[in-house]
Each structure stands twice: as C-alpha cells, then as structure tokens.
Design a binder for this molecule. Structure first.
Ligand code: AP5
Ligand code: MG
Length: 210
C-alpha cells in the first residue's frame, strides 16, 4: 500500500508512521528526518536546507522532490511505503503524479493549533536514528538517552515556540490545500488526533481499511 500522512507540524505523523510501518512492514519515509540527517552530516544539501528548516519555512520543492524521487527507487519501497511530510505543496503532489507513483490513501491527522505547542515543546529527538520521545507523553527509559540506539536526545531548534508559530502558518498556507487536492481524487481519510497515542493509532488503522 502506498500511503501519505498529512497533518500540521506536531499532529503525530511521525508517531503514526512508525505504527503503520510495524503493522504493514513497509518503510516510513520522512523528508524531515532525511533533511535533519543531511544537516547533521553537513552535506551540501544539508547546508542548503538548514536556514529554511530552522526558520520554519519549507525547503525548495526541487530539493525535496529530488530526495523522494531517489528514495522511492530503492528496493524496500517495492511493496509500498508511507510518506511522512511529503508532499507539502501542490507542486510536490503534482511531481509525485508525474513520477507515475500511485497513492492508495492519504491519512490526514487533524489536531487544533492550540494543542500543537505543548506537544512540540516537550518533544526530544535522536539525531542518529530519528526516534522521537516526549518529556510527558513518551519518556525514554533513561533520561535524555535514546532507547533504540543509545545516542543523546536533543530538542529540535524548530520546536522553539516562535518557530512553531511560523511552521503552523506555513502549513496552513502551503500544505493544507493538499486536503482538497486528494479529496477530489477520493483517497483522503480524516483522523481526529486524540490525546492518547494508542487511541489515535486505532483510528488510523481503521482509516486504512475504509
Ligand atoms: P518535519 O520533520 O516533517 O516536521 P513537521 O511536519 O513540522 O512535523 P513534526 O515532525 O514536527 O510533527 P509530526 O506530525 O511528525 O509529529 P510527531 O509524531 O513527532 O519537517 C521539518 C522541516 O523540514 C519543515 O519545517 C521544512 O522546513 C522541512 N521539510 C520537510 N519536508 C519538507 C517538504 N516536503 N517540503 C519542504 N520542506 C520540507 O509528534 C509530535 C509530538 O507529539 C511528539 O513529541 C509525540 O511524542 C507527541 N505526540 C504524538 N502523538 C500524540 C498524541 N496522540 N497524544 C499526545 N502526544 C502525541
Ligand atoms: Mg515528524
């Protein structure tokens, strides 16, 4: 199954992508994680992306379209994939169409803006393996250390409150129109994000069967 996860920053796309990945054994591909890894390794692409990401703006379409074009050609995508954070603009969605990639379902996770700030301010991430934690909702076993790979957990620069507001603005202006784009194709499914991850996951799994 070829899936897209849509939703505001902090709606829980990454969290749900992980659950679907376990259930369906298809890879979860996060353009945000790929960009952060490139930034940490200071590659040419990472250096180019850094100022956009840290300001809460979108990285230019051609950069992320190139990333996805390469990634979807890899062997592990043959039986399906989950796109987390791509597409984020209409031109990105059109690029996916012109690559000849069919999408089965788009799961849109809806969380009101006023709930987003607390979710993101408590988030801690592992820059090495991409795992995500939360100081209240999903604590690691040892404080500040990644359960999966043992690396140090950090707070993303773009999770600072001022930048979160800019990311939300960018989302409403540039990404939200994708709901209409996929609704017209008849493949949009809306999930109301719950306070509890397991409850949200149950709704996500139900949406996969609709
Ligand atoms: P990206 O990394 O994709 O960030 P985002 O879309 O802003 O989304 P987040 O990762 O913040 O949120 P999420 O929905 O994955 O939430 P999560 O599951 O972690 O992109 C970062 C930047 O890269 C962009 O701003 C842009 O600059 C650039 N970029 C990336 N893709 C691009 C593209 N295609 N085009 C252009 N630029 C691009 O959950 C959030 C927190 O809430 C966690 O702490 C979690 O533990 C907690 N939580 C999750 N679910 C629940 C729940 N049900 N109840 C309570 N807490 C919960
Ligand atoms: Mg994410």
């Amino acid at each position: 199954m070829n899936l897209i996860l849509l939703g505001a920053p902090g709606a829980g796309k990454g969290t749900q992508a992980e659950k679907i990945c376990e259930k369906l054994s298809i890879p979860a591909i996060s353009t945000g994680n790929i960009l952060r890894e490139a930034m940490a390794n200071e590659t040419e692409m990472g250096l180019k992306a850094k100022s956009f990401v840290e300001a809460g703006n979108l990285v230019p379409d051609e950069v992320v379209i190139g990333i996805i074009n390469d990634r979807l050609k890899e062997d592990d995508c043959k039986n399906g994939f989950i796109l987390d954070g791509f597409p984020r603009t209409i031109p990105q969605a059109e690029a996916l169409d012109s690559m000849g990639i069919g999408i089965d379902k788009v799961i849109d996770i809806e969380v009101p803006d006023d709930k987003i700030a607390s979710r993101l301010s408590g988030r801690r991430v592992c820059l090495k393996c991409g795992a995500t934690y939360h100081t209240l909702f999903k604590k690691p076993k040892a404080d500040g250390i990644c359960d999966s790979c043992g690396d140090k957990l950090v707070q993303r620069k773009d999770d600072m409150p001022e930048t979160v507001l800019d990311r939300l603005k960018t989302y409403h202006e540039q990404t939200e129109p994708l709901k209409g784009f996929y609704e017209k194709k008849g493949i949009l499914r809306v999930v109301e994000g719950q306070e509890d991850v397991a409850e949200t996951t149950a709704l996500t799994f139900k949406a996969l069967e609709d």
